[in-house]
Design a protein around this ligand. Sequence first.
Ligand code: M6R
Length: 360
Amino acid sequence: EKSGYPHFMLKEIYEQPRAVMETLYGALNDQLIPEAVKLLIDAGKIYVTGAGTSFHAAEHFSITGTKLAGKPIISFISSEYDTYLPATSEGDVLIVVSQSGETMDSLKALRAFKRRGARIISVSNVIDSAIPRESHITLYTRAGPEIGVAATKTFTTQTTLLTYLAVRLGEAVGRLDVGEGKEILGNIGSAGSLVKEALESAEKLAKKLATAISRSSSAYYLSRGVGVPVAKEGALKIKEVAYVHAESYPAGESKHGPIALVENSFPVVFVIPNDSYLEALLLGNIEEMKARGAYVVGVGPEGSRTMELLNEFIPVPKAHWALTPVTHTVPLQLLAYYAAVEKGFDPDKPRNLAKTVTVE
Ligand code: M6R
């Protein structure tokens, strides 16, 4: 039931404030979180994997876990597991992120790592699906059923849960400053209102920008650090539902090739995390794109220094950088949704795609 929304995708985008809070309440009461933290502390190597959107959530955990807990966490796309297998042994941990819990690429990675003695933690939205059944520990997101083929609320719930896990890990290993830990936990506690604010702030502008972007055949989605998986998620969304070719890469790479493609009015969407170091670097990247006539759009914290350089700026609420997926994803989802609608496509049923990919 679409409850008055024209599409499931829009309904599910708007369900995010509740979905992230339910996921958080679940996590706060979940005795398996301390167990998962213990497995991670004792782990030899830590890997994290997934496909599509779930891979972007996996990359987010790799970044937050590595930075907050000082433990290197290796992320890879689940269909590429074979590369990492020879380096895996007893005592390693693999975290498998899968909304449906049925994605064959991710299930195969799980099985292969398990055979080599790795312990498996999964993050899933579907109770007792295949991946949870074969895991040692499963942490559940509580997004509720997601009908739209494009993953929306499952991404923000996965990243909320995984950020929480990264903080708990950082605290447990004594690497996370107490004040910073409190700040992130406080932000996670208000994740619902952060998403809500982002929705309110983005709705109008996203519609306007969708018109511009839906006329382009190609776009770049750029960021640095914690913003990179979010930029990749934005690019995947617009490809998937609006059939606009989009490429996402860490902004520092521009001068190593991709900027050659940029000419007048080429759209470049920047994800500007709430981190002054990353923001300063991105200022340079925005300038270099502008100098070539790009149409530069930014999603960033209110009052960002990048504002005056950008053609369009979508402000999102300020929060700790680790919350970037929670604060910055919503405008990109809306942009993709409205671009699809503008072009007359049904965002709930993109061509060639299935909600759950149970084949290799
Ligand atoms: O159910 P999963 O999270 O394992 O699915 C993984 C991908 O197939 C999925 O995220 C896909 O990329 C979405 N359609 C993206 O919107």
